[in-house]
Design a protein around this ligand. Structure first.
Ligand SMILES: *Cc1c(COP(=O)(O)O)cnc(C)c1O
Length: 359
């Protein structure tokens, strides 16, 4: 340990989550691992490696900066899809490098076509349909022109996907809206079929829709939060528990944050611990100092209230969290010594601390 604390990401938990999700989406549906937002904090490069080992070969990001990183980290047989922003030079880079991207307005389609012709390589496009999310996407009644462009320029436009995004599939209150979106999307699919255009992948579902609405699964799903071991919402979890055996409804967190005990000492009744007077020992106590403070992200607001795990016990933070250290009460675990593992987030023996403890 060359740092005072470190983050661990569990490959075995990822594999479990992946297999759990694979069972739900079926063998034939393509699994896109969504790694936007620095892979939800897990690190783009880490996740590409770990998901790649589990068999994932398609990754979705939001923007070009993430796509650059993913492009460097992915093996040659993996594909990258940009779901959000690209400026002109990034668009041209994407085409050059075979990166797939969303197209949600005519301007972008024309630009993509122009660059594809100039470069001499087809643009790999996913057409996004506006179905009721009201963020980006083509209105269904304005598709004639788009279809004509694609048919006329088949050589330069590779129609990878037809997609949309649901406005809150993790919340039952949105059920009607989600179903409406599904219907509008289905109309768009029919419309393309009538025109003789079939994309390689029909895709609409993120984690919540995949877990809640089986009909939204189609040719490909875009899985973000669930692969990292989080349920999109308590409702999504309950929905699965109600329909399936509890043992089947298991997602495991990947991340843990660990440190180790730096020093152990005794204090007498009446001694104040740490800065100021926020904690006074009311009896003889053993305390352990941990080299993690608010500069490492352990919030100062957890002074006198936070918990960490040592030797399989949950112990309390006492006194104020300082810039580089905090102190915990280990009076009831006499065996604690310097070097012992400290879990700030994650599991130790049978106990665990989740990120939710920090909110
Ligand atoms: C973020 C995102 C996803 C993944 O959503 P999760 O709920 O994290 O699975 C899927 N599709 C789009 C378009 C997204 O922006």
């Amino acid at each position: 340990m060359d740092k005072t604390s470190y983050i661990q990401i569990s490959r075995s938990s990822y594999k479990r989550n992946f297999h759990y999700l694979r069972k739900i989406i079926g063998e034939k549906t393509r699994f896109t691992s969504v790694i936007k937002g620095n892979a939800y904090g897990h690190g783009i490069e880490n996740m590409i490696e770990i998901a790649g080992e589990a068999g994932v070969n398609h990754f979705a990001v939001f923007s070009a900066d993430e796509a650059y990183r993913a492009h460097i980290a992915t093996p040659v047989n993996a594909d990258i899809m940009v779901m959000g922003y690209l400026d002109d030079s990034q668009l041209s880079w994407a085409i050059e490098n075979g990166i797939e991207f969303y197209v949600f307005d005519k301007g972008r389609l024309l630009k993509a076509l122009e660059f594809a012709k100039a470069i001499g390589k087809p643009a790999r496009i996913h057409l996004e349909i506006e179905t009721g999310f009201h963020r980006t996407g083509f209105e269904i009644d304005k598709l004639d022109e788009i279809v004509a462009l694609i048919l006329k320029n088949a050589e330069f436009l590779c129609f990878e996907g037809l997609c949309t995004h649901y406005a809150g599939a993790e919340n039952i209150a949105n059920h009607f809206r989600v179903m409406n979106q599904y219907m509008v999307y289905s109309q768009a699919v029919k419309y393309f079929e009538q025109k003789g255009l079939r994309p390689r992948f029909l895709h609409t579902a993120g984690s919540a829709a995949s877990l809640t609405y089986p009909e939204t699964i189609m040719d490909m799903v875009r899985i973000g939060i669930a692969q990292y071991g989080f349920w999109p919402s308590p409702e999504t979890l309950i929905h699965r528990f109600k329909k399936h055996a509890a043992a089947d409804s298991d997602l495991k967190r990947l991340i843990s944050w660990k440190s180790s005990v730096m020093a152990v000492k005794e204090v007498e009744a009446g001694d104040f611990v740490g800065y100021g007077t926020s904690f006074m020992a009311n009896k003889k106590m053993r305390i352990a100092v941990i080299p993690v403070g608010y500069s490492n992200g352990f919030s100062r607001s957890l002074s006198n209230t936070g918990r960490v795990l040592i030797r399989g016990h949950r112990v309390s933070v006492i006194g104020t969290v300082t810039m580089n250290t905090m102190t915990v009460n280990v009076t009831d675990i006499p065996s604690v010594e310097p070097g012992d593992e400290v879990v700030l987030i994650g599991k130790q023996k049978r106990l665990s601390i989740s990120i939710a403890s920090f909110c």
